[in-house]
Design a protein around this ligand. Sequence first.
Ligand SMILES: Cc1ncc(COP(=O)(O)O)c(C=O)c1O
Length: 390
Amino acid sequence: MPPTDRIYLDNAATSWPKPAAVYDAIDRYQRHNGAPSGRGTYGEAVEVERAINDTRNRVARLLGESDPRRIIYTSNGTDSLNLAIHGLLRPGDHVVTTGCEHNSVLRPLRELERSAGVTVTRVVCGSNGVVDPTAFEEAITRNTKMFVLTHASNVTGAIQPVEEVGAIAKSHGIRFLLDAAQSLGHLPVLARQLHADLIAAPGHKGLLGPLGTGILYIAPGIESQLDTIRQGGTGTASENDWQPDTLPDKYESGNHNVPGILGLGAALAFLAERTLDEVRRDEMRLVERLLNGFQSLHRVRVLGPRDAESRVGVVSITIESYDPQEVATMLDAAYSVQVRSGFHCAPLMHTSLGTSERGGTVRFSIGAFTTVEQVDHAIQAVDEIAASAI
Ligand SMILES: Cc1ncc(COP(=O)(O)O)c(C=O)c1O
């Protein structure tokens, strides 16, 4: 549990604290095992291999996938998105995405526009940060290969109409890449229901695992279209100097982040103690409190949807006459409230929100261990800062 004097509300960046079992799993592995995964026949290596597979199974179950080999370990959400985007797109391909995306989508696409003759349509989101699914359909061209959409915004918390967009992709034979960075662990993310061909997510946010973990889900058949972006030792087919095409090894070159993955496994076991409905119900109660609190304050503007049901646990605000950076500094220095300020790596979104000129927003993001008292303290702190504005 966090010390009471530190109010960590930056869980959209990475969740903290982690469940105690995560620290224990990492410590136990580092002190008493230390073997690599998939590269030895001695007891400790076999034990590690089993634990790595167990974590893979847990992630697969969460996504409603029966074949765990369809889960690729990566080092974070960015890494997963890069593999999906660089691995799938070819010169001449067209992509439809939105202006609400994170730079881990926007920058790889910008790079492929520059270097590989890929073209990109960036659909504009409404002033509440939500995209109209028909805009995806209208943007389709003969060359459209892929849709990329974030499940929930890391700036406003707005949940996007991902199932509708997935259905449009499917009906046109277009690949759908879902960025589940802010939804996995918070909302149901079922690959088939959402018609997702690829799902990218960090292990260190809503899944409560350690930093340095991430996953990419790839639907059946995608592996024949998805190139590797790294090659190397996989611990399998070592007699060959070419990359194996078996899953998951094809995309998992180099030693695994074993402590991270074992920590992630412990986090997933912790998450499995409750249903997602229960997690969601508790988060929404806190988000509703935060939203109602902020909405009642003078000089405070709340961005994104007004209701808690349309969001994950992320709430962005601006305070009249203050730069977001100033607010975040005051919150930390005077109230021990730790939040993030600025553009949150989503530069295009601030145009639709009208928050570009003052340098973005102040973002509060709740986590699995956030309490009502912490939320009330944050509201009180914002009230005092807003009241001091001239
Ligand atoms: C919507 C979204 N996508 C992708 C990422 C990238 O994830 P990571 O920080 O694990 O690379 C983030 C991180 O904040 C995010 O919020």
